[in-house]
Ligand binder design. Structure first.
Ligand code: BJ8
Length: 382
């Protein structure tokens, strides 16, 4: 039987497999649809026969090129995304036949205007607030517009049956990811936070969803069995950290590394590269367009106002994963997450009575020393 360490080693070694998979699919005539945000309803793209692919956005190497056009004091995620596109360094972007964006934060939606000069784009208009009936109606119309655009671009008809099929697959993947993440609920956790992030990344770049679901279930089973047989890879005296805030990945994984080097363990990611989008399933009993619109409108992103769902989700996750402390990771110049950090602090320190720390960082490695000092002091205090 495969050892637990080997599972993660294989994932690290095969992290580029997604590129090969999509290249082969493209050569066989598949249509690729690039996405940036978890508001994009993947089910609609897949029901059109397209492959939804998350585009590159987490490396600092493309930022200097982006800054020839975009202002320097802009969020690194936006600059990196644009830099990847103009330098043609993101294979997923190169393969995309269409790119989908949403009107989330100001920087992102304005950047999309320039991206539209390079690739065909479809922009979904996201309501600013999500609580009124008219917000749902507006977003539902946007889902229908996307469906119609894909039908036109790819010369296909998206039936309710195809949508239902994709909803079922993606729900199964969400459940499989949540089951894997549940290994961090154990005391002590069965896995490290770096490994949890690795598995989320793996699912994101695995395009054959049935294979990904099977792999996730097997990984969960292997880790669970080893744990039940007494294997303890993570020491029980490591403080359990929940990470919230902006999406992570690539350059920002420095934060995870430091937390675990300094004696903590990340047990949960309340962000878009973690569990945020996975928590809620799509209702399989409803009209598929209604159900898709309803699910995605509930993504608790700071770009919507108010964003009470995020505070509720945070409280639930702190309890479920038995977090000892919360680290709020905010990308430089991300105003919405930065402003929201005050409410997050109120929930964490006020309601849950556990320590909270806010980190503002970018994609450079210049702040490693400072991050290390602050994170180490935070962990020591717990
Ligand atoms: S659903 S979090 S993936 S918008 S970090 S670019 S908000 S300035 S990434 Fe996001 Fe969708 Fe929301 Fe999730 Fe702007 Fe902030 Fe940069 Fe951000």
């Amino acid at each position: 039987m495969i050892k637990v360490e080997d599972i993660f080693e294989n994932l690290r070694e095969n992290s580029k497999n997604g590129v090969i998979e999509i290249k082969n699919a493209k050569e066989n005539g598949a249509k690729v649809v690039g996405t940036y945000c978890v508001f994009t309803p993947w089910e609609v793209i897949a029901a059109a026969g397209g492959i939804p692919a998350t585009l590159c956005s987490t490396n600092e190497s493309t930022i200097p090129d982006a800054e020839k056009v975009l202002p320097r004091n802009l969020c690194p995620l936006i600059k990196s995304s644009y830099g990847f596109a103009i330098t043609d360094k993101c294979p997923y972007f190169s393969f995309s036949d269409l790119v989908i964006g949403e009107t989330t934060c100001d920087g992102k939606k304005k950047m999309y205007e320039y991206l539209g000069r390079i690739k065909p784009m479809h922009i979904m208009q996201l309501p600013q607030t999500i609580e009124r009936e008219e917000d749902f109606e507006m977003w539902r119309r946007e889902v229908v517009c996307l469906k119609e655009r894909l039908e036109k671009e790819f010369g296909v008809t998206i039936t309710d049956e195809k949508l239902r099929e994709q909803i079922k697959i993606r729900n199964e993947e969400r459940n499989a990811l949540k089951d894997f993440a549940s290994l961090s609920k154990l005391t002590p956790p069965a896995i490290y936070g770096e490994e949890l992030q690795l598995v989320f990344n793996h699912a994101k770049t695995g395009f054959d969803k049935e294979r990904v679901i099977k792999e996730l279930k097997e990984m969960t089973q292997t880790v669970k069995e080893a744990y039940e047989n007494g294997e303890r890879r993570v020491s029980g005296d490591r403080p359990r950290i929940l990470i919230t805030g902006c999406p992570m990945g690539g350059a920002v994984e420095k934060v995870i590394k430091i937390i675990e080097e300094e004696g903590g363990v990340v047990v949960c990611y309340e962000n878009c590269s973690g569990i945020k989008e996975k928590q809620e399933l799509i209702d399989e009993g409803k009209d598929p367009i209604d159900a898709i619109a309803e699910k995605y409108l509930k993504v608790p992103c700071s770009c919507t106002s108010p964003n009470k769902n995020r505070m509720d989700l945070l409280e639930t996750l702190i309890d479920e994963y038995k977090a000892d402390g919360v680290i709020d990771v905010i990308l430089q110049a991300c105003h919405t997450y930065n402003v929201e950090s005050f409410s997050v602090k109120e929930v964490v320190k006020g309601n849950k009575k556990i320590p909270y720390m806010n980190i503002e960082t970018d994609y450079s490695q210049n702040d490693l020393g400072q991050l290390k000092t602050r994170i180490s002091a935070f962990i020591e205090m717990m």
